[in-house]
Design a protein around this ligand. Sequence first.
Ligand code: ZN
Ligand code: FE
Length: 238
Amino acid sequence: MFQIIKIPAFYDNFIYLCQYDQNNAIVIDPGDSEPVFKELEKRDLTLNAVLATHHHNDHIGGINELKKRTGCRIIGSDRKRIHPIDEIVEDKQILTFGDIKIRVIATPGHTNTSICYYIPKNQELESGILFTGDTLFIGGCGRLFECDAQTMWNSLQKLAALPDDTKVYCGHDYTLENYKFALQQEPNNPLIRQHITEIKTGKQSVPSTIENEKATNIFIKAKTSETFAELRRRKDNF
Ligand code: ZN
Ligand code: FE
């Protein structure tokens, strides 16, 4: 089994609690601990590990408390900036939880140690699952705090190469704002228009799919890193 529980946190963050067998769970990007404890208790689950996509506090703010009270393992890519980390992972590394295998994909861009977590489809999953942190948003991408546009563009291209039906779970709900900007750049894209209408009538934008992102996310669609850089500049001033 594999079940994802989407926990909203702060204004627009998403924490993802993932139950991978009868009693155990892992959590992706717990910026806060309290809402995670609540879900664990409600579902009577043991927290086995925290997986961090990057070091920003809105993604790891809860890890100290979670580790202290559950003894869970803290996994991430940045030894210097994620405290207290137990296991450093790098590109292509495979993590195993029960029957679930999770592959680390290095995606520098938002920060220089940002990673995504990818679960390929298997007997239990009808499609793959991707946790993107602040690298890829639905209809958008993270700001370039530590890397140049070429680096982020390369990372987005890696994600674009995953199977079309891969479900995308991102770190923030910036979807409506992203689509409003996208529509300004691509006024004739009917799918973007349609998504805006759907969101305004309450449709959840997470999870998306790689296929949908390749159709409506103007950043992942950018054919060159130069085009991407220009879009990112415009979005920063939007
Ligand atoms: Zn961030
Ligand atoms: Fe963030």
